[in-house]
Design a protein around this ligand. Structure first.
Ligand code: ZN
Ligand code: ZN
Length: 256
């Protein structure tokens, strides 16, 4: 791993409800060597979030979706339609948990009737990723882990590991998505260069979400080089000075 190999931009670091004025989940990952960028999640506000950072939605080659909630995949219809109207020709791959191939067209039809079946100049491929499986898209390998966060009838939400090859070796980015604490996160973090971790509340008990207190309690098991917190509620954002880990903000750029 060489510093500067992979550029990670937190275009959106917020929760579903705009806490702190932040955009919904959207992490832009640019591989080394001029390969096209990919997204980790694409919440409903993501096109605004990307443009705010000066990032071109049209060059995104793949979106890796942790789960099928609007603040994590609600921006994909806008991404696809933007490509359609901007003359995009390069393919877009969407990788998500079981149910993505059904839920994405349903979402598009709900938002823009007729949009899911339209002929476009670029292909939109959808691949479903199950816990324990892996898929490669746009040159990035993604491994799926079962998260504890109900988001539909088709299967579990995912925590993800992205593996990006480069001249100096692999860079590994772990991402919890939204989840209650699960020991699968130990595997997501193991040996990662960066773990992007939800920290929804400090210590208030909220089902199916990670708290700062959970991450503190399990810090010894999270063997990543670096941990950055995201998806924070107002309760967490109001106490950032007490955070025991680095915290994301919209526009934060990391080189890992
Ligand atoms: Zn969620
Ligand atoms: Zn969420």
């Amino acid at each position: 791993m060489v510093a500067g190999a992979v550029t990670v931009t937190f275009a959106g670091s917020g929760d579903a409800f705009g806490s702190g004025g932040r955009y919904q989940a959207c992490v832009h990952v640019r591989p080394p060597g001029g390969a096209p960028p990919v997204l980790l999640d694409c919440g409903a506000t993501s096109l605004a979030a990307l443009r705010r950072c000066g990032l071109d939605p049209g060059e995104i080659a793949a979106v890796f979706v942790s789960h099928l909630h609007g603040d994590h995949f609600g921006g994909i219809p806008f991404l696809i339609l933007n490509g359609q109207f901007a003359g995009r020709v390069s393919p877009l791959t969407v990788i998500g948990p079981p149910g993505t191939a059904r839920r994405l067209p349903e979402l598009m039809e709900g938002m823009f009737p007729g949009s899911s079946g339209v002929r476009r100049r670029f292909a939109v491929e959808v691949a479903e990723l199950r816990p324990g499986a892996a898929v490669t898209a746009a040159g990035v390998r993604a491994e799926g882990f079962a998260a504890d966060h109900p988001s539909g009838p088709d299967g579990p939400a995912l925590a993800l590991r992205l593996i990006l090859g480069g001249p100096a070796g692999d860079t590994v980015i772990g991402y919890t998505g939204d989840t209650a604490w699960t020991d699968a996160l130990v595997d997501v973090a193991a040996g990662a260069d960066l773990l992007i971790a939800e920290a929804y509340y400090r210590d208030k008990v909220v089902p199916y979400h990670l708290r700062h207190a959970d991450l503190v309690a399990h810090a010894g098991q999270l063997a990543s080089r670096r941990i950055v917190l995201t998806h924070m509620s107002a309760d967490m954002l109001d106490h950032l000075d007490q955070a025991r880990f680095e915290t994301a903000a919209d526009g934060l750029v990391l080189r890992v």
